[in-house]
Design a protein around this ligand. Structure first.
Ligand code: SF4
Length: 372
């Protein structure tokens, strides 16, 4: 690990700021650095690639242009606009935070990092990013891009999130900030990580810091950052079913807390040990709705990754097993409804269910008779 760079930090900062001034991408929230827009962009960019986030950002701000309009929104509408971005707790936290900002801060996003951290969904990185980028406060903002840049520049030989390494990165990131320049410097570090110091194919020949980079000098670029112990993915078999009556399929809204809170779904659940997916969907339907159903066909197996899980979603068409079928009970939901296929577009579903819906009526026939 080399913590004494040739030319020192000042020269590095100068080169980095010059590069950023010339190369910064014209992102929508960079037009005016309006605090609500900067905050929203940072929440959207957690776990989401820039290219995808920009489209969502434009649609979201068209509907909710400021804190007041977001604070007055229903969770249903916010989730619908968020659908497809995943990690729905971000959307719920954002809404809760907007309501707090409206109630406690007069609708103005606070500029103090501690006040920002008191908002739901705002951690140390996001607080630093909003305080510096929106308000010009001289505080660091260390995300995964910055960690990678530092790991290479300083040839850090421990994973970036090891306590000693994390403390060094944060302290150095703070020391580097020229007075009044945190907005530019923090974004420059992140932009360098996003555009040049890429995880798998770093573009060292285009890097403004190549002459100061220890990992490049030692030919250790591909060994840095040192990876943390990899988390194992957990495979999960899940079964779900479409029960259709008079051309409408039953969907239910998940409870207000827990996994995918407030999202809609087709009833179903995890395939248990010793069960087939067909048996699982029949059992889950009974447990969740009190209805006895029978499987009439296999629709698809939809595969999707959720954080640590790799899910295989087995999708079936169903019929009522009892002739005079009662209405579904809501043992695992806060609301239920019978929806025609076009109605499903107006509801927010988890990504696996949405993948299935997007295929219904295209390569997967919608089960049951069409609407009259
Ligand atoms: S020289 Fe290469 S490894 Fe070093 S900071 Fe630049 S892009 Fe990253």
């Amino acid at each position: 690990m080399n913590r004494d760079l040739p030319g020192g930090l000042d020269a590095m900062v100068r080169d980095l700021l010059a590069w950023f001034a010339a190369r910064a991408r014209p992102l929508p929230w960079r037009r005016d650095y309006e605090p609500y827009r900067v905050w929203l962009s940072e929440i959207m960019l957690q776990q989401t690639q820039m290219d995808r986030a920009v489209g969502y950002f434009e649609r979201f701000t068209a509907r909710f242009p400021d804190v007041a309009s977001l604070a007055a929104a229903s969770e249903e509408e916010v989730l619908k606009l968020w659908e497809g971005l995943g990690y729905y707790s971000r959307a719920k936290n954002l809404l809760a935070a907007a309501r707090l900002v409206a109630a406690r801060h007069g609708g103005r996003v606070p500029d103090d990092p501690e006040a920002l951290r008191a908002l739901p969904g705002v951690g140390p990185y996001t607080a630093g990013a909003v305080a510096s980028i929106a308000f010009g406060r001289d505080v660091p903002a260390v995300d995964a891009n910055v960690e990678r840049v530092f790991a290479r520049l300083f040839d850090l030989d421990l994973p970036p999130r090891e306590p000693a390494t994390a403390a060094f990165i944060r302290k150095t990131a703070a020391q580097m900030i020229p007075p009044g320049k945190a907005r530019e410097l923090n974004q420059a570090l992140m932009e360098l990580g996003a555009l040049v110091c890429l995880p798998k194919k770093p573009r060292c020949s285009e890097c403004p810091l190549a002459g100061r980079c220890e990992a490049l000098r030692l030919d250790l670029v591909f060994e840095r950052p040192v990876p943390a112990k990899a988390a194992a993915y957990i495979p999960l078999e899940v079964a779900t079913g479409l029960l259709v009556r008079q051309g409408r399929v039953f969907v239910q809204k998940r409870p207000a807390t827990g996994v995918w809170a407030g999202l809609w779904e087709f009833p179903g659940g995890t395939v248990e040990s010793g069960e087939t997916p067909e048996q699982a969907v029949v059992r889950e339907f009974m447990e969740e709705t009190g209805l006895r159903v029978a499987v009439t066909g296999r629709l698809a197996v939809v595969r999707h990754g959720y954080t640590r899980y790799r899910v295989a979603l087995h999708c079936f068409s169903l019929r009522d097993a009892d002739g005079e079928a009662p209405q579904p009970a809501l043992h695992a939901a806060q609301e239920g409804r019978w929806a025609a296929l076009p109605d499903l577009d107006g509801l927010a579903f988890p990504a696996g269910h949405r993948k299935l819906i997007d295929r219904l009526g295209r390569d997967i026939p919608f089960p049951g008779p069409a609407l009259p």
